[in-house]
Design a protein around this ligand. Sequence first.
Ligand code: PLP
Length: 394
Amino acid sequence: MFTKRLDRIQPSATLAMTAKAAELRSQGVDVLNFSVGEPDFNTPINIIDAAKKAMDKGYTKYTPGSGIIELREAVCKKIKRDNNLDYNIENVVVSCGGKHSLYNACQVLFEHGDEVIIFSPYWVSFPDFISVTGAKPIFVNTLSDRQYEPDFNDLESKITKKTKGIIINSPSNPTGGVWSDEAIKKTLEISLKNDLWIFSDECYEQLVYDMDFISIANFSKNKDKILTFQSCSKTYAMTGWRIGYTIGEPAVIKAIGKLQSQSTSCPNSIAQYAAVEALVGNQDIISDMVNTFKVRRDLIIDGLNSIDHIICDTPKGAFYVFPDISYYLNKSYKNKIIKSAYDLSMILLEEQYIVTVSGESFGAPNNIRFSYATSEENIRQLIDRLKSIFHLIK
Ligand code: PLP
């Protein structure tokens, strides 16, 4: 009944777990939700006020398909201020969140017969963005003890005449890994040599803890084939507002604008005015979040590593940790064999109401993702509850 296109994609595993947590909570269960992909902060009041003002002024109509000029100008100011990049409004298209931006860019650049490189572990949506276009995702290994930087031998061996693009996501979801400058430069060098479209998904760019973040386009004089994707979602606790943007060559930017003019018409008008305030107004929320997340990251890393046989390196960004639980695979809990990370994640849910996302959907069957966008108290409880389960696994 449905098209083949639909068969090429899967429902989002992370959103499915978030729905599961909400369902349990509505039944009164004391759920510890470590599956969330969004900051547990409120959208700052200045941003909310800007939205209210926009409504009062009647800015509640269609806007230009690629976003209001004020917001595209605000993006240019923001990327100069934070990322030291010089672009103008012809280089910017605003979409309904970073996910929409990435989806659209795949639609305008990739098609049947193309191959696109992504790095495992990957954000759940990357393979689907590629597959739905008819192109093929090609998975390249990374080094878990080096912030999940590429295995460059594997990368070079996977590039063929069909390779059209490469998607980089540093800081990464699900690993939290942040690549070193050297790893970025080397990836760029290989990509440019092979004339690939380089997608840099920088939606966690502000959430880095032990270093400064450098936007990838800074590393190359030739930016023609580099597309930078950023978003208001994580940086300003605005996940529900749905504003993201793409920065790149005007021809690609225009093509994305054309596509979205026939799908969403334009991003939400009120959210766009709020996003102007987010990008150029008071930026205090960022340092507040970074300081808070850093404390939580250290707490959860210490806690996880204090459990026998769990290995978890310290990620330098985002708000995820991605421990290796492979020691516990094929062992048993209450006479039930744990065959996969998914089985283990289900035991955590059913026995202790801990909601996580198992690694399979990120291409990492030996891992489980925990999001620490939750309180220190919840993290302490998590570690206690995990200990009560793990010591029974034999
Ligand atoms: N890229 C990555 C790696 C993400 O984790 C997400 C959201 O979870 C996005 C992009 C898209 O976020 P949004 O569509 O809310 O901007």
